[in-house]
Design a protein. Sequence first.
Length: 289
Amino acid sequence: MKQQQTILTKVRRALLAAFCVAVMVSPVAAGEMVKVPHTPELYEKTPEALTPAQCGQCHTRHFDNLQKDGRKHQFACQNCHTKFHAYNPTKGNYADLMPKCQDCHLSLPHGEQFTECLKCHTNPHTPRNVPFSDYLKSQCGICHAGPGGMLAQFPSKHTEQGCTACHTKHGLIPTCFDCHEPHIKGQVYEDCLTCHNPHKPLEIMFHGEETKVDTCQACHGEVYGKWSTTEAKHGKVSCARCHEKHGQIPQCQKCHNYPHGEAIHKQVPRCLDCHLDVHNLPVRPGVKK
């Protein structure tokens, strides 16, 4: 369909050019005028505003851009363009005719540092498609101070990479699996985020019951095997419920206080002297759970 429209446009332009040439070279006697039929009825109606599709018959590239990736700029062309076919090369008035971003975006959405919108948004017809120019690559921290600050404060191999090593396109949120193997089969990107912040990946944090604890087995296979098969109540408690931070060894008293009375706790102050394995209770091997 689009190819047909392009061909039709080219045919129209060719016919118009041929007509102009024919008029220019047609033999006309001195003092005579070319006779063109007088048809005032053609001008009886005030023309209606063109639709975007009609504008696209000539401005095919702009229409295609808006159709594919126009986002919030998918509205009537006349909302931005108020003057048409008024460009004059001798006047060099192109910049005067083109709409200004500030006509709609009254304030500077990215702050005083960015006043030349087209340096980043190079094509107003695809406003969210922002190419990574050399200029833009050097400005990430102005808008994204948080990630830059974390990378500097918590050094890791991610700190050694430039932003564009992961974010190959502006606005792209990459998946960890572009570089890293999953901990377990079937792991998805969202699972990674329950433990890792990509901008401080070594600061492993848990999020309570939402933490995907089946990933723990990748490193803690023996412990996970006991915990996941035990019949004790601890087998029903998430790893992150006790280990609120990665590597933390919790104290039993945080949940259980001192359940056996003062005399017993004074005689046996260390819980694990009786409760030998917190991941596979009971008190001693051979005792029913």
